[in-house]
Design a protein around this ligand. Sequence first.
Ligand code: GCO
Length: 253
Amino acid sequence: MASFDLSGRTALVTGSSRGLGRAIVEGLAAAGARVIVNGVDAARIHSAVGELRAAGHNAEGVAFDVTSEASILAAFEKFDADGVRIDILVNNAGIQVRKPLVEFSTADWRRVIETNLTSAFVIGREAAKRMIARGHGKIINIGSLGSEMARPTVGPYTAAKGGVRNLTRAMAVEWAQHGIQANAIGPGYMLTDMNQALIENAEFNSWLMSRIPSKRWGKPDELVGAAVFLASPASDYVNGQIIYVDGGMSAAM
Ligand code: GCO
C-alpha cells in the first residue's frame, strides 16, 4: 500500500549491525528505504551492508559511537557534505547492564544513560535541525517494557528507557508543527544477544512465560511492522506515542 511505501526515503538506524536494529534496518529497506547501517564495529557494519545489498537493498554504512557527540556531529556534517538527507531516524542503539542497584558504580550508571538515552537526544537534535528545515521527518525511539515498569537488577536501563518514553513526547510536542512525527516502539522480551543470559536461564524463562500472554519470546523481525508503520506516511498524524510489541506483557497483571 502506498501509505506504507518508503521509496525515496533515507533511514538511519543506530546500532543496526546486529540485534533489533539489524532487523529494523532490513525491514525498512524491504519497504523501499535507502538505509544507513550504524555501529562502532566497521567489520560488522561492512558485513551487514553486504548482506543487505546481496538481498537487493540500497544500503550504506556509517561508523560512529553514539556516546560521542564529536562523532555524531562529524557524521551529520558528512551527511550534509554528501547531500545525504536523513528522512527517518531510528534511535535503537543501547546496552544492558544487570546487577543490584546498590552495586552500580556511577560510571556504569552514566554509561547506560549515555548510550540508551542521551544518544537519542543528541542524534535526534541533529536530525531534527535538518528535518525542520525540510518540513518533514520521522523519528522512532526504541523504548522497552522498562519504559513503563521495572524489574530488579536493571535499574539504569529502566531509568534510561523511561526517559526515552518522555523524550519521545518532548520531541513530539516541539517538532510536530514542523512536520516531524516522533514516536517510540517498546519491544518486549526479544531473542537477541543482549538477552542471551536470560534466554539460557531456566528460572527466568519460567517466570517470564508466566508473565507473557503469548507464552513465548519475541523475534526481532516482529518489530518491523511497527517500524515501517511509524516510518511511513501511514503515521503522519501519529505523534508522541509508543507501540508495545511485547506479546501482551504490558497488558497483563
Ligand atoms: C532485562 C531485559 C529487558 C529486555 C527488554 C524488555 O534484563 O530485563 O534485557 O530489558 O531487553 O528491554 O522490554
